[in-house]
Design a protein around this ligand. Structure first.
Ligand code: OAD
Length: 239
């Protein structure tokens, strides 16, 4: 290992829970309120685009009323000062990591604040509704924009860059994710195979908890700032 460890951080819905954004699989979570097959697959969009667009319009409006919490802030601080390689891979489609200031960030499941034109393939920043079928700002085609969200059955984004980072990681940290959805749920094994130390920070043991060298359980706003302080203090000592 180099003296400065390379870090990969995977985040999920649990990191935004204390900002007031529903998780997917906790009690009362999104997938208890809606069937995945109705709102989060290409087939659902083909069958009932109005329903799917309304669902994402509501979610897009809601995230804009929320603010980053202490976990997002701590990760942004780590990103800003960490002298080694660092990548935050988020499964979240909110923008709270970047609003906290994170820069080395990949949204592997897409972003609420982006619209994707199925005619010209352009992606445009989007804060308003899509349900009224606006024209694409790039090509002008009417009614061709869809949420820039990776639906079930679609390929997550930037997988080459993510696996490249996992294969160079000395430390892999998973925060606020249930470990129920692949490929993200397999990242811990990829990082372990590359020799990384692995840590889980989650409210409860995830489905893959046994793959981690260390697991700490509790709310992200408490666990993440503590872990960030620890790693910064350790790197200062060893410098
Ligand atoms: P889940 O809802 O599956 O899991 C959230 C995890 O966060 C659970 O293990 C909770 O125990 C934990 N959690 C809840 N509150 C927390 C808190 N305050 N602090 C720390 N942990 C907390 O969400 P994800 O694992 O992110 O995909 O779900 C993965 C993917 O499944 C999502 O990206 C989404 C979904 O279907 C797509 O939409 C493609």
């Amino acid at each position: 290992m180099d003296s400065i460890p390379n870090i990969v951080i995977l985040t999920g819905a649990g990191v935004s829970a204390e900002s007031g954004i529903d998780t997917f699989r906790d009690g009362g979570g999104l997938w208890e309120q809606h069937r995945v097959e109705d709102v989060a697959t290409p087939e659902a969009f083909a069958r009932d685009p109005d329903l799917v667009l309304r669902f994402y319009d509501m979610r897009r409006a809601a995230i804009q009323t929320k603010a980053p919490n202490a976990a997002h802030d701590a990760l942004a601080r780590l990103d800003a000062v960490w002298p080694g390689e660092l990548l935050i891979v988020t499964q979240n489609v909110d923008d709270l990591h970047e609003r906290a200031g994170a820069k080395r960030l990949i949204h592997m499941h897409g972003e609420h604040l982006s619209a994707w034109c199925t005619a010209c393939d352009a992606r445009s920043r989007w804060t308003g509704p899509l349900g009224d079928r606006p024209a694409c700002p790039s090509c002008g085609a009417p009614g061709t924009l869809r949420p820039d969200i990776v639906w079930f059955g679609e390929m997550p984004y930037r997988m080459d860059a993510i696996y490249h980072a996992l294969n160079r990681a000395d430390l892999f940290v998973s925060i606020g994710t249930s470990g129920a959805v692949y490929p993200a749920a397999g990242f811990v094994r990829e990082a372990r195979a590359a020799g990384a130390r692995t840590i889980e920070l989650n409210m409860e043991p995830s489905q893959g908890s046994h793959w981690f060298d260390e697991a700490r359980h509790g709310p992200a706003t408490a666990l993440v700032p503590t872990w960030v302080e620890e790693i910064l203090a350790a790197s200062t000592r060893s410098a």
